[in-house]
Write a protein that binds this ligand. Structure first.
Ligand code: NDP
Length: 243
C-alpha cells in the first residue's frame, strides 16, 4: 500500500469497547489503515480480531475505572481510542446514585485514567494520539439521561484540558461527537416509528449515521494528516447541530 498522510502503518492502536458497535468499526478501520490493533473489551473481542490483519484481544473491564493503568507501561501504544460507554435513562427526580456512578465510572473516570496511563508512557516519546468518543450530548442537554450528559460534557472538557497540557509535548488529544448512529445502543429509537421519524426529520443529511462514519473520522484524527488538530470536539452528526 502506498504511504499517504492517512496511513497508520507501523502504529499500534488500542480501542476500548472494541467488541461491538462504533468501537468494532473503529478497530476494523484502524486495521485497514495499517495499524496493529489491540481490541479491548469486557466482552470477548475475538470476532473483531478475526476481522483485522494485525490484531489482538485484551480484556479490559471498566467496572474498575483504573483497569488500564498498567497496559501502556507493558507495551508501546501510539493511538488510544476511548470508546467504551454506557447510558442509563430516568427522570432527574428519580435518578439513582447507582446509575449516576455506573455511567460516570465508565464514560468519564475510566476514560480519564486511561488517558493518564497512556500519556505517562507516550510523553517521554514525545508522540501519541488520543481520540475520545463524546456525543451530541457534549453540547446539548438531552432528556432523561443526566449522568450520560454530564459524562459527555466532561469528556469534551477533558479533551481540551489534556490538549492544553500535552499539545506542545507531541500528543494530540481530540474527540468525536457522534450524532445518531445505527448500533445496538439506538435500536429501540429506530424501532419506534414516531421517534425514528422525529430524529430523521431533524437530521439535515436525512439518514442515521453508520458506525463506519465515525470510524473513518477516528482514523483521520489518529493519522499524520491530523497532526495540527488539537483539542477539537468534532461533531459527526449529519448536520444535527447545524439545525
Ligand atoms: P454499544 O452499546 O454498541 O457499545 C458500547 C461499548 O462499550 C461496548 O463495547 C461495551 O461492551 C463497552 N462497555 C460498556 N461498559 C463497559 C465496561 N464496564 N468496560 C469495558 N467496556 C464497556 O454502543 P455504541 O457503539 O453505540 O457506542 C460507543 C460509544 O459511542 C459510546 O461511548 C457512546 O456513548 C458513544 N455514542 C454513541 C452514539 C450512537 O448513536 N450510537 C451517539 C453518541 C455517542 P459490552 O458489549 O461488553 O457491554
Amino acid at each position: 500500500m502506498a504511504m499517504t498522510p492517512f496511513s497508520l502503518d507501523g502504529q499500534t492502536a488500542l480501542v476500548t469497547g472494541a467488541n461491538t458497535g462504533i468501537g468494532q468499526a473503529i478497530a476494523v478501520a484502524m486495521g485497514r489503515a495499517g495499524a496493529h490493533v489491540i481490541c479491548a473489551g469486557r466482552s470477548s473481542c475475538d470476532e473483531t480480531v478475526a476481522m483485522i490483519e494485525k490484531a489482538e484481544a485484551l480484556t479490559l473491564d471498566f467496572a474498575d475505572p483504573m483497569a488500564a493503568k498498567d497496559v501502556f507501561a507493558a507495551r508501546r501504544v501510539d493511538i488510544l481510542v476511548n470508546n467504551a460507554g454506557i447510558i442509563r435513562r430516568d427522570d432527574i427526580v428519580d435518578f439513582s446514585e447507582a446509575d449516576w456512578d455506573a455511567v460516570l465510572d465508565v464514560n468519564l473516570k475510566a476514560a480519564f485514567f486511561t488517558c493518564q496511563a497512556f500519556a505517562r508512557a507516550a510523553l517521554p516519546r514525545g508522540a501519541g494520539k488520543i481520540v475520545n468518543i463524546a456525543s451530541l450530548l457534549s453540547f446539548q442537554g438531552g432528556i432523561r439521561v443526566p449522568s450520560y450528559t454530564a459524562s459527555k460534557h466532561g469528556i469534551a472538557g477533558l479533551t481540551k484540558i489534556m490538549c492544553n497540557e500535552w499539545a506542545a509535548k507531541g500528543i494530540n488529544v481530540n474527540a468525536i461527537a457522534p450524532g445518531y448512529i445505527e448500533t445496538n445502543n439506538t435500536e429501540a429509537l429506530r424501532a419506534d416509528p414516531d421517534r425514528n421519524k422525529a430524529i430523521l426529520d431533524r437530521i439535515p443529511a436525512g439518514r442515521w449515521g453508520k458506525a463506519d462514519d465515525i470510524a473513518e473520522t477516528a482514523v483521520f484524527l489518529s493519522s499524520p494528516a491530523a497532526n495540527y488538530i488539537h483539542g477539537a470536539v468534532l461533531n459527526v452528526d449529519g448536520g444535527w447541530l447545524a439545525r
